[in-house]
Ligand binder design. Structure first.
Ligand code: SF4
Length: 343
């Protein structure tokens, strides 16, 4: 089964359509261990390093993919698309214009965009994407979301290192989704047998830019911070809700994607704060770790308002900007260690 890769700065692309077309939806996540020097030749310095890494991966691997889809997310996705058009060799490069709002007009827009995406795939790859195939794809997607919800909930009660949680999600985003179900079932069995939550660790909510590599999650563990809730796209935003399985599948997908918790890449700060507050009401947390990746402007802009709103409710919070590197940042270790001592 061939892969169609996608650059999605949040969870905006209805990847179920790619599965329904008979292709593996492969989320481009870059490689923090590889130099971004190839991307640096084409991109300005103000682009975030994660997106540069995605571009580097596409330069190297596009020959292995049947096509690439870029979903409208932050300004980086929008600006990158034009650069990718010029420099990435791929037979199929498609722009999915995910709406920024989530009102009724946006719903109609999203449905049209999904239909246009289906038409483009059908026409280019000579496939038929019927409602039955989309429904099956939605069913599998929901199976994955339920399994991830179960795994996520175990973080509060079991000894689940931050790295393990991230890897469970990463394994889902780049393989055949039916194989992902089997992988997650296996992980669920294994985690159920884990010991109880370690007494020396502090329970934290993680918010801000997406974390796409496990070394950074290790840094949190080194500082005795255990992430038990989050609102990241490579995290709870991906499985916070299920896609309706009855009715018109295109309408179901459109409603689902417009109603998941909003990232900073889309307007609607109040909704983001409310989602974080709902997490804090339902799960006992010792503190909040807010971070943004260098040059990740959407989350940098949002962080002051979001963090102030959470602090006003009496929560302890630390915020910092981080680099895109697998190397441990000792300044962050020092600050996080001091923070955990206050919890
Ligand atoms: S890290 Fe931030 S700026 Fe970079 S692609 Fe993701 S949302 Fe956009």
């Amino acid at each position: 089964m061939n892969k169609i890769a996608f650059f999605d700065s949040s969870h905006d692309l209805p990847e179920e359509i790619i599965s329904a077309a008979g292709y593996i939806p492969y989320k481009i996540l870059g490689d923090v261990h590889a130099s971004n020097e190839p991307a640096d030749q084409y991109l300005q310095n103000f682009f975030c390093p994660a997106a540069k890494s995605f571009f580097t991966e596409a330069l190297h691997k596009s020959g292995d993919w049947s096509g690439i889809v870029v979903a409208q997310g932050c300004n980086t996705t929008n600006r990158h698309f034009d650069v990718w058009k010029m420099h990435i060799k791929t037979p199929f490069l498609y722009w999915f214009n995910a709406p920024v709002k989530n009102d009724e007009i946006a719903l109609g827009f999203m449905k049209k965009e999904i239909k246009a995406f289906i038409d483009a795939l059908e026409s280019f790859f000579k496939v038929k994407i019927g409602d039955d195939k989309i429904r099956e794809s939605i069913r599998v997607a929901n199976e994955i979301k339920k399994l991830l919800q179960k795994l996520s909930a175990m973080r509060s009660t079991k000894d689940i290192p931050n790295r393990d949680y991230l890897q469970a999600i990463l394994v889902t985003l780049q393989q055949n989704r039916m194989d992902a179900v089997a992988s997650l079932e296996q992980i669920s069995r294994e985690w159920s047998a884990r010991p109880a939550f370690p007494s020396g660790k502090k329970k934290a909510l993680l918010t801000g830019s997406d974390v796409s590599y496990p070394e950074w999650m290790d840094t949190l563990d080194k500082c005795d911070v255990r992430v038990v809730r989050d609102d990241l796209s490579i995290g709870e935003r991906y499985f916070s809700g299920l896609i309706p399985e009855s009715g018109d599948p295109i309408e179901s997908l459109a409603r689902y994607y417009l109603n998941i918790p909003r990232p900073a890449t889309k307007p609607g700060l109040r909704g983001r704060i409310e989602f974080l507050k709902s997490i804090l009401r339902t799960t006992p947390i010792d503190g909040i770790v807010s971070q943004n990746l260098k040059f990740c402007e959407p989350f940098a802009y949002d962080s002051v308002s979001v963090n102030n709103a959470l602090k006003e409710d009496g929560h302890k919070l630390i915020h910092f900007e981080r680099e895109f590197t697998p190397v441990t940042d000792q300044q962050i270790v020092t600050r996080l260690t001091a923070f955990t001592e206050t919890l």
